[in-house]
Ligand binder design. Structure first.
Ligand SMILES: NC(=O)c1ccc[n+]([C@@H]2O[C@H](COP(=O)([O-])OP(=O)(O)OC[C@H]3O[C@@H](n4cnc5c(N)ncnc54)[C@H](OP(=O)(O)O)[C@@H]3O)[C@@H](O)[C@H]2O)c1
Length: 336
């Protein structure tokens, strides 16, 4: 089997470490794995297949001989360094927001739109974690019943921001229990025991960047520029695992039983739906799993054709690292 030289930019971050683990777990055909991060991490060792690999500093010349480069160091780093990777002949798979809406960069969720990957010119983007978990569930419903309108409210875990946000929630909880003052460094307000209805910057239209990312990325991936979507994105004091409440209006009538039947067949999706026995998707149960969980599937009686869903996934896995590695797999082995 052909093997590939792979670089991970941001290897010391929480997404980067997850990418290393997933490459190993899925036995991706790696010949040489190059771990790249900021200067402060040079010399750090990270485990991969029983060896300790040494982290190197990301520079403009880091990509010589690399076939596939997975970027997870934030949009600014991707904007600066991804072009060097492409110039060196590597295919870039970027988990950041840097290139997602560029018209000539395919935005890929392998279960949903693998056919658009072939158009890449060296750069491929992985969507925001929230968009990924939505589209894997929405695609089959859209195909079967044509979605006219989506209303989504998100409940997003702090780990989306990275290690510093995990540390802030942990620190604030301890401070409150110890009657100390709460210090806010990452978020503008206390996140412990609180919900913050602002993810990313507020735009001129009153929506936040994260909300408009959901709108624009979902339209791009589902190939429907006119799809009506509105979103409210909220940080919740959860460490890992994003949840979303989703209301759909469809053109054709589709019953909750039909939705469940459809989703039962979808790779990467697991229906968890027996509310009478207290069974529904939970963030704590999605963590460490590859599948996106969907449940609370029920009819919205306030609409002629309405469906409500509750969708949960591990934001670090399917929301970032797993999706990126699956894109690499489609790249080397082909999709449908
Ligand atoms: N967390 C999620 O749920 C999620 C989901 C989807 C996409 N993403 C994307 O993944 C990216 C990383 O997220 P994360 O949660 O893993 O963050 P993180 O834990 O804070 O890790 C950031 C990584 O970037 C590296 N880095 C920072 N500045 C750098 C520089 N100037 N040059 C080279 N490397 C640099 C860091 O290296 P050092 O350790 O050396 O500082 C670290 O490896 C973000 O862009 C985010 O948009 C995250």
């Amino acid at each position: 089997m052909k093997e590939y030289n792979v670089a991970i930019v941001g290897a010391t971050g929480i997404v980067g470490k997850e990418i290393i683990a997933i490459l190993e777990r899925r036995d991706f055909p790696v010949r040489d794995l190059r771990l790249l991060a900021a200067e402060q991490s040079v010399g750090m060792e990270l485990p991969y297949k029983g060896e300790e690999l040494v982290v190197q500093q990301l520079t403009e010349t880091s990509f010589e001989g690399i076939d596939i480069s997975l970027f997870s160091s934030g949009a600014t780093v991707s904007q600066k360094f991804a072009p060097y990777a492409v110039k060196a002949g590597a295919v870039v798979i970027d988990t950041t927001s840097a290139f997602r809406m560029e018209p000539n960069v395919p935005l890929i969720v392998p279960e949903v739109n693998p056919h658009t990957l072939a158009s890449h010119k060296g750069m491929i983007a992985s969507p925001s974690c929230m968009t990924i978990q939505l589209v894997v569930v929405l695609r089959p419903i859209h195909t079967a019943a044509r979605i006219k309108r989506i209303v989504v409210s998100t409940y997003q875990a702090v780990s989306e921001v990275g290690q510093e946000a995990i540390d802030e929630l942990d620190r604030q909880v301890r401070s409150i229990f110890n009657h100390r003052d709460v210090v806010c460094q990452v978020y503008p307000h206390q996140i412990a025991f609180n919900c913050l209805p602002q993810i990313d910057t507020v735009l001129d239209n009153g929506y936040t960047q994260a909300e408009m990312d959901i709108v624009n990325e979902t339209r791009k991936i589902l190939g429907d520029e006119n799809m009506k979507i509105t979103a409210t994105a909220v940080w919740v004091p959860v460490f890992y695992g994003h949840s979303a409440s989703v209301n759909l209006e469809t053109e054709k009538k589709i019953t909750p039983e039909e939705v469940q039947f459809l989703l039962d067949e979808v790779p990467g999706v697991k229906v968890v739906d027996d509310p009478e026995k207290n069974v529904y998707p939970l963030a704590v149960e999605a963590v460490g799993e590859d599948e996106t969980l969907v449940g609370r599937i029920r009819e919205d009686g306030s609409l002629e054709n309405g469906i409500n869903l509750w969708i949960v996934t591990d934001n670090l896995r399917k929301g970032a690292a797993l999706n990126a590695v699956q894109i690499a797999e489609v790249l080397i082995w082909g999709g449908e």
